[in-house]
Write a protein that binds this ligand. Structure first.
Ligand code: FAD
Length: 465
């Protein structure tokens, strides 16, 4: 007899471990199968280590540029080994925290690779041999892996992905980054702050291509001013990539003829693919299309016993999306789901300098969805707090439904905006209007005033512009 659980979860990343905790809260017995480390990509090779190193990069930049605020620092030096030790300490501490949460919630964590033997039966191949377990339901939360482009081989030294970029022993002197999405933009920002010569190559007409067009423009201008070479509308010539002992050479094509580039490293930040290989999905009714596990609005796969959450189902590949999906899936399984998942309420953040944050629809998307749109915009250049921080780049834009006044989207670029997006996200959840966000009192002097003023601007009532 296989050991039986109410729910078996494959993958202990942000999606899987959060789902496990919520399932226990709902009275379920849970087995969480993890083949590597609890916390997954986000904790070990994603959100946390990148943000720890971005913090070091910004501190290094600030230390060298304190004179304008009356702080003259001489002899500023980067200690990359210390920065990496600090990064690892944070990761280790959070890893211990997740392990503790599993114990506290009495979740059975099985160390090994889970493979379906049937829709409800999973074999776990671990260091001590194989064990078979049975779940009333199984949740696939196996995450994703970095991809490259056809013919561009990742060698881990000269041609690297984000996993390798986080493990570099030294900051590269020069780097070409292919892919102007969140990961590419964050590494461009980090390495430039740390002194590298960076070229960012994006195939679409603008970097951060999924964001509001004006937001992309601000990031692109700020990057260019900082000395990052931004090449949008450019396609990497896949056959041109040649790695050697001392660097990598490549060519990109663009409407103005393209160019040859040389650099220490080429970072391929061109997207991720779902971890579905070797899972034994053929033993289940689960369907995979274009590489992603197919699910309905409640994260049910085509197999009634199997759910899937997080990166493996595609869409927004974000940690908080994975965990919200995990919570939703176990609530559906338990008959405790009270609200549908709404991807319009999922914030998207990029932690570059300047930062980017958005929630809901862009102006363009709202119009395409048939919404009559009103927008309000407030620039950080008009805000006291932004001047005090010495960083007045960017703005907050609020998109509303002209008929109801409801906020349908918010788009921000500038200093610490990733901490400001929570307000319009909550506003959207509560079906709040721009008028209500403007009515809410924002402390002075804070960056959050830009949110209140942008909301007021949508109503034609902004005070400071
Ligand atoms: P994962 O975190 O990938 O977890 C899946 C787990 O499943 C892994 O631990 C894996 O070992 C395990 N597994 C796989 N197959 C099996 C199997 N057969 N049996 C057992 N275990 C298995 N998101 C943000 O929201 N904010 C950020 O700032 C951010 N920064 C990022 C930076 C980088 C460089 C990268 C790469 C990603 C970043 N992300 C960020 C994305 C975020 O990391 C992912 O969206 C998130 O980790 C997805 O969680 P998940 O649970 O779906 O998958």
């Amino acid at each position: 007899m296989a050991d039986a659980f109410d729910i078996v979860i494959l993958g202990g990343g942000m999606g899987g471990y959060v789902a496990a905790i919520r399932a226990v809260q709902l009275g379920k017995t849970v087995a969480l199968v993890e083949k590597d480390k609890l916390g997954g990509t986000c904790l070990h090779t994603g959100c946390i280590p990148t943000k720890a190193l971005l913090h070091t990069a910004e501190l290094y930049h600030d230390a060298k540029n304190g004179a304008a605020s009356g702080v003259n620092v001489t002899g500023v030096e980067l200690d990359w080994a210390a920065a990496n030790q600090r990064k690892q300490k944070i990761v280790d501490q959070l890893h211990k925290g997740v392990q503790f949460l599993m114990k506290k919630n009495k979740i059975e964590v099985l160390n090994g690779t889970g493979v379906f033997e049937s829709s409800t039966r999973v074999r776990v191949d671990g260091p001590d041999g194989a064990r078979t377990i049975e779940g009333g339901n199984v949740i696939v939360a196996t995450g994703s892996h970095p991809k490259s482009l056809p013919g561009v081989e990742i060698d881990g030294e000269r041609v690297i992905n984000s996993d390798h970029a986080l493990a570099l022993k030294e900051v590269p002197r020069s780097a070409v980054i292919v892919g102007g999405g969140a990961i590419g933009v964050e590494f461009a920002s980090m390495w430039n702050d740390l002194g590298a010569e960076v070229t960012l190559v994006e195939a679409l007409p603008r970097i951060t291509p999924l964001e509001d067009a004006e937001v992309s423009q601000v990031v692109s201008r700020a990057f260019t001013r900082r000395g990052i070479k931004v090449v949008a509308g450019a396609r990497l010539d896949l056959k041109s990539v040649k790695a050697s002992g001392d660097g990598v050479r490549l060519h990109y094509d663009s409407d103005d003829g393209g160019a040859d580039l040389n650099a220490d490293v080429l970072l391929m930040a061109v997207g991720r693919g779902a971890n579905v290989d070797g899972l034994g999905l053929e033993k289940t009714g689960v369907k995979v299309e274009k590489g992603w596990v197919m699910v309905d609005d409640d994260l049910r796969t085509d197999d009634p016993a199997v759910f899937a959450i997080g990166d493996v189902v595609g869409g927004y590949l974000l940690a908080h999306v994975a965990s919200h999906e995990g919570i939703h899936a176990v609530e559906v399984i338990s008959g405790e789901s009270h609200a549908p998942l709404n991807y319009n309420q999922m914030p998207r953040c990029t932690y570059s300098r300047p930062q980017v944050a958005s929630v809901g629809l862009t102006e363009e998307q709202a119009r395409e969805a048939g919404v009559e749109v009103k927008t309000g915009k407030f620039p950080f250049s008009a805000l006291g707090r932004a001047m005090i921080m010495g960083d007045t780049d960017g703005f907050v834009k609020v998109v509303t439904d002209a008929g109801t006044g409801e906020v349908v989207g918010a788009h921000m670029v500038g200093h610490n905006v990733t901490d400001l997006i929570a307000e319009p996200a909550l506003g959207q959840l509560l079906e709040g209007t721009a008028w209500e966000i403007g009515l809410s009192v924002h402390a002075h002097p804070t960056l959050s005033e830009a949110v209140g003023e942008a909301a007021l601007a949508a109503e034609g009532r902004a005070i400071h512009i």
